[in-house]
Each structure stands twice: as C-alpha cells, then as structure tokens.
Design a protein. Structure first.
Lengths: 117, 245
C-alpha cells in the first residue's frame, strides 16, 4: 500500500534540509531529539538512519545555515546542540515557497484544497 | 553469549568506541557526537523497559554501520578530515623539532668539550651515542607511525584527543613543553659555559662560551612557527562547552 510506504531515498535526501531547518526554527535541539521528533511527526513514515543525520547537519553548518555548540544538559551529559542562523531562516523561507509550490501543483492535480503560501 | 554471563554495558560501549575510532573520515568531535547519540538511544530503549544488552544492540543498529558512517561523514566535509590529519602531523613535527633543538644544544657541549678522547674505542662509542641521540627526533614519527599501525594506540590517542579540546588547552600544553625545553637548554648552556671556565679556556672564551639568549632564540624560532601553524589548524569551533539553561 502506498499509504504506509516509507519515503524513497531521494525524497528523504531532498526533504532533510527543510525538515531540519523547520525543527531548529522551533528552538535549538540535538541529533537524538531531532530524530525522535521527525519519527513522531511523520508517524514513522520518515525513518532516517540515525548516524546519517549528522553528515547532513554538518553540511548545513558548513553552509552557514545552522550553528552548533557543545552544552551540558541537566543530566550532566554533554550534547552538541544545533541552532538556526539568520541565513538559515532565509533558506527556510525559500524552501517553504518551493515545497508549497510543489504541494499546491500536486494538490490541484489531485483536487485537494491548496495551501496558501 | 550465555545466559549467566552478565552484560557489561560500559565495556560494550567501549568496544563500540574503539571500532569507531579506527574509521577514517571521522573527527574526534564527530565520534564524541555519535557516542552521545548512542548513549541517548540506549537510555531511550531502557526507559521502554528493555535490558542493557537489548538496548545496546538496538541502539547500535539505529546508529548504523560504522564503515558506512565514516564514508558519509567524509563526503560531507572532505577537507575536515585532512585538516585534522594535518593537525596531528604538525603536532608530531612540533614535538620532534623541540626535542631536536634541545638535543642540538646538549650535543654541542659534547662536541666542543669532550672530544677528542685519547681512547679510540671510547671515542668510537661516543660518536655512535651522539649519532643515536641526534637521530632520535627523527625516530619519534617513525615510532608513532608503527604504534598507530598496530592499532594499540587507539585508547591512548582517544585520551589525548579529549585532553586537547580547545585552543586554551593547546596553548597551555605548547607553552609547558616550550618552558621545559627552555629550562633544559638554559641549564645545558650554563653547564657548558661553567665547564669552559673550569677548564681554564678563558683565552678562547669568545668562541667557546655561548650566549644563552642566542641559544634560546635559535632554539625556539622554528618550534614557535610550527606552534603557530598548530593553532591555525586547531578546529576551535564546536569545542566550547557551556551550561544548558
């Protein structure tokens, strides 16, 4: 069934940038928490391989869209926290427009109510 | 694994860490981040009622194949891996250059005052000893390379990477080494000068005694330059730690 199928590899790769930027736009976070959030929000349909998340985060960081910092959590465990930069917000805006354009086009074809940009 | 064997979670994580350490393409920072993730995942499974062993294996599965991980990390930032490698190479270069400078000053004393010896055999032994001492800085990288190849150094190497976590640590370490070297060179130069005096070579004093300042200058020019390169290569970002609110 298509309804329960997992995202294809290409789609996972393409959607990781807007997903990560959107999550971080909601507040700083660390790898494990981000994975949990994506799993939860997608109802398990978007399943990232945990370790592969980090190269993506590092690429976004190198592009200046996010920053990172090691911080000690309440539990005493140190974690690397990521947060979105001002360039990241700009990139997110563009991503949002592009994804909604795709979404709206498909929605019209499938006769679903489009979402306003 | 047999039922009665108790599963040691810390040992298992230690083994995982070692397997990760031999993957090229991962920086110490990457490894640290992945280990935190593994521990978070283990804790998550434990909260769901799984035991240590089950949690560990599931968390490992989640994190993924280590070989694949190394490749992906290297693809994300190919220059970083080389920057880190260059850092360690320059660190070894720094240590051997300091050692070479110190040995130079000490060997200078040997050459001027102790030779020639009357006894031919002793003289030969002394020459051999001097050559071995003079060559020892070149042997350091060789010994380190052999140790790294044997993979026995992984544990020690990991400890070292944790020790050099930021530029402050590096600065303290580098100045400490330079201070020890400066002290050794000064003592060697003073002993040399004192020996010249005691031997009554006053007429030749101009040629035989050494100015300690000059020695220090010539000794530390090169190591200081290398130390500067070390600081430039040191990835300072992401190493800082602050308390989370």
């Amino acid at each position: 069934m298509y309804k329960t199928a997992m995202l294809t590899k290409d789609l996972v790769a393409a959607s990781s940038k807007p997903l990560l930027l959107s999550i971080l736009a909601g507040g700083e976070s660390y790898g494990y928490e981000i994975i949990q959030k994506v799993r939860e929000l997608s109802g398990g349909q978007i399943e990232w391989s945990d370790g592969m998340l980090y190269p993506v985060l590092h690429r976004l960081e190198r592009d200046g869209l996010i920053d990172s910092e090691w911080k000690e959590a309440d539990t005493g465990r140190e974690r690397k926290y990521y947060f979105i930069s001002s360039d990241g917000y700009k990139a997110l805006k563009t991503e949002r427009q592009q994804w909604l354009a795709v979404h709206n086009t498909l929605s019209r074809l499938w006769k679903i109510k489009p979402v306003s940009i | 694994m047999e039922n009665q064997t108790r599963f040691d979670l810390n040992a298992a994580i230690g083994g995982w860490r070692q397997a990760l350490a031999v993957q090229s393409g991962l920086s110490p920072d990457d490894r640290r981040e992945l280990e935190t993730h593994l521990r978070d995942a283990i804790a998550g499974f434990q909260q769901h009622g799984l035991n240590d062993e089950e949690s560990f294996w599931l968390a490992c599965r989640r994190v993924g194949q280590l070989q694949q991980l190394g490749d992906e990390f290297a693809k994300a930032d190919p220059t970083k891996v080389w920057r880190e490698r260059a850092f360690w190479m320059v660190l070894v270069l720094f240590l051997s250059s300091v050692l070479m400078s110190v040995i130079d000053v000490m060997a200078f004393d040997l050459q001027v005052v102790r030779t020639p010896l009357d006894n031919g055999f002793l003289q030969m032994m002394q020459t051999i000893a001097r050559e071995v001492v003079a060559l020892s800085p070149i042997l350091i990288p060789l010994v380190i390379a052999l140790l790294v190849r044997s993979k026995k150094m992984v544990h020690l190497f990991l400890k070292l990477t944790r020790f050099i976590e930021n530029r402050l640590h590096l600065a303290i370490g580098v100045s400490g080494i330079l201070a020890i070297a400066a002290a050794l060179v000064t003592i060697a130069a003073k002993m040399h000068n004192a020996r010249i005096d005691s031997l009554g070579l006053h007429s030749a004093r101009l040629h035989l005694t050494v100015s300690i300042w000059q020695v220090l200058n010539s000794t530390f020019c090169y190591p200081l330059m290398i130390a500067l390169v070390l600081f430039l290569l040191m990835p300072s970002k992401n190493r800082k730690t602050s308390k989370c609110a």
